[in-house]
Design a protein around this ligand. Structure first.
Ligand SMILES: Cc1ncc(COP(=O)(O)O)c(C=O)c1O
Length: 435
């Protein structure tokens, strides 16, 4: 069902999604009616139309005799999605998730023993474990810095921390665009410029970026960005978007393209080498095809992710970004009123570091920040007693002998002010009862 063109019984056309209210847009989503979903950082809610697309396309291809390989390169879907992110089809891969995209980048980089990767201890497990594999297998040195936490963190501190840790052996700067633990949005462009000044390859874990930010991937200046399709982009589970810089636009990133081995590829030549990577704004090969072509794949998956992306374009990605952040600022304000800014692990003072993921300490005794059982129980009771879906996170805090545990909420376009207010009230009462 295409809601933009469906004609209601009186014959007047419904307004396009761009003009529809947020209450109406919320109705697009297959949400449990009695639950409050504040955990898009783990998985978003799918629009019904996306579910229908996955189902319809699966049925269309089941039992057919058509060649399944060409459509699994998703050329049209990749072109549509790429456009929404300011890039071209040859630079985009529909992956299985952010983890797979990151792993293919990490193991596709031309890193040797003694080369250094600079990253943070606040990366997703999937990123740190892949880097650790690289350390164990090839002797690559992984340097991790622990980002500062708290309401008053500033972007300059974060950039300075990275800069101090670069050595003559550093080859790669890898960081999450938004960390899943404290929800800090890293200063992406500033860090990429730092990398450019030092000749480094930039690898961004963008799991949480896609579908939230109205983002021009090329303008970030990054070499690689790996995103989830199932979080803020609200596509099916098992979908992701991988950006691989495949041409040189000096205004965005003046460095030559890094050496890159597209692992898991049926497109990579079986003999000889692919063409040398371009030094200009015209690609010398379709690196996206090299990575996309990896055996048979789910045709439905690509179609459903593409439909989710089209819906986002119809609603307006600029409008979505504004709404997500407006709800986040509402939630941040309410949480700060209830728990105090000292309870916040997520940045709040510096607007450039804010994101719609907000991590906080709910209890009155600060030592409970080390009490994983209590924080986990808080999150579990929100879900079991109040049907409020959040999560808890664990992360290093500079100077702390133990990891800290925090409760985390996320806002997305299917949320509204009323449910956020209610959720914060419930959290306040539950935390007081447990304190
Ligand atoms: C920052 C970050 N990176 C990576 C991942 C893994 O994402 P995926 O499940 O798409 O592999 C997550 C999941 O929560 C995440 O938040």
């Amino acid at each position: 069902m295409d809601l933009t063109v469906a004609a209601p019984p009186n014959g007047t056309r419904k307004p396009p999604l761009r003009e529809q209210s947020w209450a109406r847009i919320r109705e697009l989503f297959a949400l449990a009616p009695d639950a409050t979903h504040l955990n898009t950082g783990t998985v978003g809610a799918m629009p019904r139309e996306v579910l229908d697309t996955a189902d319809r396309v699966t049925r269309e291809w089941t039992g057919g005799l058509l060649d399944v390989y060409p459509p699994t390169l998703y050329p049209e879907h990749r072109a549509t999605i790429a456009k929404a992110y300011g890039i071209d089809q040859d630079e985009l891969v529909i992956s299985h998730n952010a983890t797979e995209g990151m792993a293919r980048v990490i193991h596709g980089l031309d890193l040797r023993a003694g080369d250094e990767v600079l990253t943070t201890s606040h990366e997703c497990y999937s990123v740190l474990s892949n880097f650790n594999l690289l350390r164990n297998r090839h002797g690559v040195v992984i340097r991790t810095i622990t980002p500062p936490t708290g309401f008053d963190v500033r972007a300059e501190e974060v950039v300075a921390l990275f800069e101090q840790s670069i050595t003559p052996r550093t080859k790669v700067l890898a960081f999450a665009g938004i960390t899943l633990f404290t929800g800090m949005m890293l200063p992406i462009r500033a860090l990429c410029e730092l990398a450019h000044r030092h000749g480094l390859t930039t690898v961004i874990d963008g799991a949480l970026l896609a579908g939230m930010l109205d983002c021009d991937f090329r303008a970030t200046g990054a070499d690689f960005i790996s995103c989830s399709g199932s979080k803020f982009q609200c596509g099916p589970l098992g979908t992701g978007l991988l950006y691989v810089r495949n041409k040189v636009h000096p205004e965005h990133n003046p460095l030559p393209l890094p050496e890159f081995w597209p692992i898991i590829s049926t497109w990579y030549p079986m003999q000889g080498a692919p063409p040398p990577r371009t030094t200009t704004s015209v690609e010398s090969c379709n690196i996206g095809d090299y990575l996309q072509s990896a055996g048979s794949a789910s045709i439905a998956r690509g179609a459903a992710l593409a439909r989710a992306c089209e819906l986002w374009d119809e609603i307006g990605r600029d409008r979505i970004e504004r709404r997500v952040f407006e709800l986040a600022e509402h939630a941040r304000g309410r949480l700060a009123e209830r728990f105090g800014t000292a309870a916040m692990y997520s940045p709040g003072s510096d607007p450039g570091l804010r994101s719609p993921l907000i991590a906080f300490h709910p209890f009155t005794d600060p030592r409970d920040a080390w009490n994983v059982k209590k924080v986990a129980e808080f999150v579990a009771r929100l879900e079991s007693e109040h049907r409020i879906w959040t999560r808890w996170t664990e992360f290093d805090v500079p100077g702390s002998p133990h990891q800290h545990y925090a409760a985390r909420i996320c806002t997305h376009i299917f949320n509204d002010h009323t449910e956020i207010d209610r959720a914060v009230d419930v959290m306040g009462r539950l935390a007081a009862a447990m304190s």
